[in-house]
Design a protein around this ligand. Structure first.
Ligand code: ADP
Ligand code: TRP
Length: 331
């Protein structure tokens, strides 16, 4: 059976980008593969160095994973920092990761711009830790959004290089994965690129958002002054609103607003109201489940402990093998 690994950093609640780019695929994959899904709390330290509420945030994402339908009977659900084996593999892979290739990584260059006062070594070696997360379970597919494509290329590079140096085939070369043909990129509400936790306030709609908050954010979404002639191509910010509708609205609704757009009679206020309503219909069942789960301490603890045990079983096998391949021997 195929092995799948993926994780999300607990730097905020899950938003629709996380859901459609990643978690939706997790839920489907757990039915057909050997899946390891985790909460990347080590990784969150690269951007959140004072983790006052780290544990609270880890619990929140665990409850959110469960509310989205991840089933601990069908997949292994764990916390990244519960696996010291990952930290060891990260250190070992780091010996064969070149400064030049890490410097060229787009996410590193972005972060340098975003946090010039905290360009830490963890940020620099972020892709090495991510490769360790994946290779520690020898995954062949990694369900992630489009923004993670380059990290996956680097994971393949590290796996391939390790195999070459030690003349082994211990690591598969994993692929980024989505059920459709293309990796997903969910746009944000502010008219710029993607929905994300670290983008501006109001850019992301979270599964845990109350209806009023969703309505308020969507109302503020960036639009233009409207088409001036029939069948005009859509500006990026308008295309974003349509793309978001594609995720949560009925096909008839989308068709209706497309026709209105083409006829130059579209009212963005109405469209946004409809989008907000459909987002609320979509998120409400998740929000309610999260609210129940987040208070169930005993259950969350049980899931985290069981996941840790299962994940360590797989991780310790790999690290033992890797140590032998490298040539560490005990006296
Ligand atoms: P964020 O970008 O909000 O900090 P993460 O980096 O923790 O979120 O992303 C976790 C997962 O969600 C990754 O697989 C990532 O590709 C996916 N993801 C995040 N934002 C989007 C988006 N806007 N569209 C598609 N997938 C996304
Ligand atoms: N880098 C990923 C993100 O920001 C999170 C992550 C860490 C991850 N380790 C991983 C994703 C391993 C997939 C596999 O979204």
């Amino acid at each position: 059976m195929e092995t799948i690994v993926s994780g999300i950093r607990p730097t905020g609640n899950l938003h629709l980008g996380n859901y459609f780019g990643a978690v939706k695929n997790f839920v489907r994959l757990q039915e057909q593969a050997n899946c390891y899904f985790f909460i990347a709390d080590y990784h969150s330290l690269t951007t959140h160095p004072h983790p006052d509420n780290l544990h609270k945030q880890v619990r929140q994402v665990l409850a959110e994973y469960l509310a989205c339908g991840l089933d601990p009977e069908k997949c292994t659900l764990f916390i990244q920092s519960d696996l010291p084996e990952t930290a060891e593999l990260y250190m070992l892979l780091g010996m064969n990761a070149y400064v030049g290739e890490l410097e060229r990584c787009t996410s590193f260059k972005d972060k340098i711009r975003q946090q010039p006062d905290n360009i830490n070594a963890g940020l620099f070696t972020y892709p090495v830790l991510m490769a360790a997360d994946i290779l520690i379970h020898k995954a062949s597919k990694v369900p992630v959004g489009k923004d993670q494509q380059q990290h996956l290329e680097m994971t393949r590079q590290f796996a391939n290089r390790f195999n070459r140096i030690y003349e082994t085939d211990v690591f598969p070369e994993p692929e980024a994965y989505n059920f459709g043909n293309e990796l997903v990129k969910v746009p944000g509400l502010d008219g710029s690129g993607k929905m994300g936790k670290s983008e501006g306030e109001g850019n992301a709609v979270f599964l845990f958002d109350e209806p009023e908050a969703i309505l308020k954010k969507v109302k503020k979404a960036v639009t233009d002054s409207g088409p001036t002639e029939p069948n005009q191509p859509k500006a990026a910010s308008i295309q974003n609103i349509f793309d978001l509708m594609n995720l949560v609205s009925q096909p008839e609704t989308i068709q209706f607003f497309n026709e209105q757009y083409d006829a130059c009679s579209i009212r963005y206020g109405d469209m946004k109201k409809q989008l907000a309503e459909d987002m609320i219909i979509f998120t409400t069942p998740y929000r309610e489940k999260i609210k129940t789960l987040i208070n169930d301490d005993a259950y969350l603890k049980k899931i985290a402990l069981a996941g840790k045990e299962k994940a360590r079983e797989s991780a310790s096998k790999t690290i033992k093998e890797v140590r032998e391949i490298i040539g560490f021997r005990s006296f």
